[in-house]
Design a protein around this ligand. Structure first.
Ligand code: GLN
Length: 495
């Protein structure tokens, strides 16, 4: 394998390193070069850590074959809301512009123990609040398929890093769609695990009952490989579940037979607001799954019609509580020259947070306040239970639920910034899975007439990531959408 082709697949890369045709250091240098060439245009990376990465790669090259982990020598990127000890972790916020966490996130510890080489931190919306990376205090990332468009958010930079071929794998976090939506917008695979599957220790909290960390990859198999490494109970996170971690990649390799698998489609949810090209691609993907032997039937998820308001009440309430810790005393930024403690709090939060984060803190504080709690927060919790119950009932008849990941393909940068409601509506198909705690994967399923990628989302029962990975892998093997590349960016670079 040549260093240049080392962005192709994590599995192929690991095998090339094991066979001795490529060293971890060469793979790392090649990734750093690709980032160097692409980041000026795409702004996928908030920060790059070349010395740290090369030192680790060299150390890996010096270890014996017996000590090699499943991601030995594979360069990866992580979202900038995941702690990497000693390196700046901004979460896209001025508030944490100079913050260096004193400890690693558990996912970092696990990835490094498996031999992965972290090359840098990727651009995200401030505190992961957003669907486009335009809420990042340090500027948005750009979609490699069309650089005037968003890569999606909030984990947009991580999606770009994989879609532009800088690294084969990256980590994002998903609260209401922040892995699946950018995966769909960038033509790659993204998976949100079951709530509790992956430790949140060291993830900067947004909405703690929804947040999960998960993989971005160029293929379903690579996503499974990464998920295998990061999953499992962690004493540092009481919400991480003590439940066995299957070998997910056993579901994504070899001959995959999905005949008899039962897939439900909530057709009535798709009646309004879905772009015609997206709808065509989705309908075609359902026919492909049928051709592969899956049995497709209609399911009803009536309360998912209320998923957006429910999500934006629950998530903002939890965010208002989580973000109370940024008071200028304990973390990061402190506004100078305040005459009193109260003035210091006010000025710190005024200057440290961006407009969307302030909007959410105010909304969340409002829905939790006496007199409004029952009407908004409690009501949202009740609807959340109904959304979850709809899925439980559907899963008595089907093994997975299929919808388009997003109602449209990637929108233009600036298109929705003036209208937060339009931005929130981009999450219509992604917020239900986290509200119900369920695993969901987005896999490429087409391109629009403007050559923008489209994603198919498969949601599964709790702890059944293997089921949706198997379906996604069978779909991927039968189609070639995942092989389509982000040509706009490549063309611009070579001309
Ligand atoms: N776009 C959603 C929001 O703005 C989801 C974000 C996420 O999953 N972190 O809240």
């Amino acid at each position: 394998m040549t260093p240049e082709s080392s962005s192709s697949s994590a599995r192929a890369l690991r095998e090339a390193i094991a066979a001795g045709t490529l060293s971890a250091e060469e793979a790392c240098r090649a990734a750093l070069d690709r980032i160097d060439r692409g980041n000026g245009t795409l702004h996928a990376f908030q920060s790059v850590e070349p010395e740290r990465a090369l030192a680790r790669a060299r150390a890996l090259d010096a270890t014996g074959a017996a000590a090699r982990g499943p991601l030995h020598g594979v360069p990866i990127a992580i979202k900038d809301n995941i702690n990497l000890a000693g390196t700046i972790t901004t979460a896209g916020s001025r508030m944490l512009e100079h913050y260096r966490p004193p400890f690693d996130a558990t996912v970092v510890t696990r990835l490094e123990a498996a031999g992965a080489v972290i090359v840098g931190k990727t651009v995200c919306d401030e505190f992961a609040m957003g669907s486009s990376t335009e809420n990042c205090a340090f500027g948005p990332a750009r979609n490699p398929w069309a650089t005037d468009r968003t890569p999606g958010g909030s984990s947009g930079g991580s999606a770009v890093a994989v879609a532009a071929g800088m690294v084969p794998l990256s980590l994002g976090s998903d609260t209401g769609g922040s892995i699946r939506q950018p995966a769909a917008f960038c033509g790659i695979v993204g998976l949100k695990p079951t709530y509790g599957r992956v430790s949140r220790y060291g993830l900067i909290a947004f909405a703690s009952s929804l947040d999960q960390i998960g993989p971005f990859a160029g293929s379903v198999d690579d996503a499974a490989l990464m998920l295998e490494v990061i999953s499992g109970a962690d004493a540092q996170d009481a919400t991480s579940a003590r439940i066995d971690v299957p070998r997910f990649s056993a579901s994504t390799t070899g001959a995959i037979d999905i005949s008899g698998a039962r897939i439900g489609v909530p057709w009535t949810l798709l009646d309004r607001g879905v772009d015609a090209d997206v709808r065509r691609a989705f309908d075609e993907s359902v026919r492909t799954l049928e051709r592969l032997g899956a049995v497709v039937s209609a399911v009803e998820l009536p309360h998912s019609a209320y998923a957006i308001p429910t999500y934006y009440l629950v998530a903002t309430a939890e965010a208002s509580s989580n973000l109370a810790r940024y008071d200028g005393v304990r973390y990061g930024f402190r506004a100078p020259d305040a005459a009193s403690l109260d003035a210091m709090y006010d000025r710190t939060r005024e200057a440290g947070f961006g407009a969307e984060v302030k909007r959410r803190i105010m909304l969340g504080t409002y829905v939790l306040s006496a007199g409004y709690y029952d009407a908004y927060y409690l009501k949202a919790q009740q609807v959340r239970t109904l959304i979850r119950r709809d899925f439980t009932e559907a899963f008595e008849h089907v093994d997975a639920v299929a919808v388009p990941t997003t109602p449209t393909a990637a929108f233009k940068l600036g298109e929705h910034t003036a209208d937060p409601l339009q931005m929130y509506l981009a999450d219509i198909f992604t917020v239900s899975a986290p509200l119900a705690g369920l695993p969901a994967v987005s896999v490429p399923c087409g391109v629009t007439s403007e050559r923008l990628p489209i994603g198919l989302q498969l949601t599964g029962r709790p702890w059944e990531e293997a089921t949706i990975l198997r379906l996604a892998a069978a779909y991927e093997a039968a189609t070639s959408w995942h092989k389509e590349r982000a040509t706009a960016f490549t063309r611009a670079r070579s001309s």
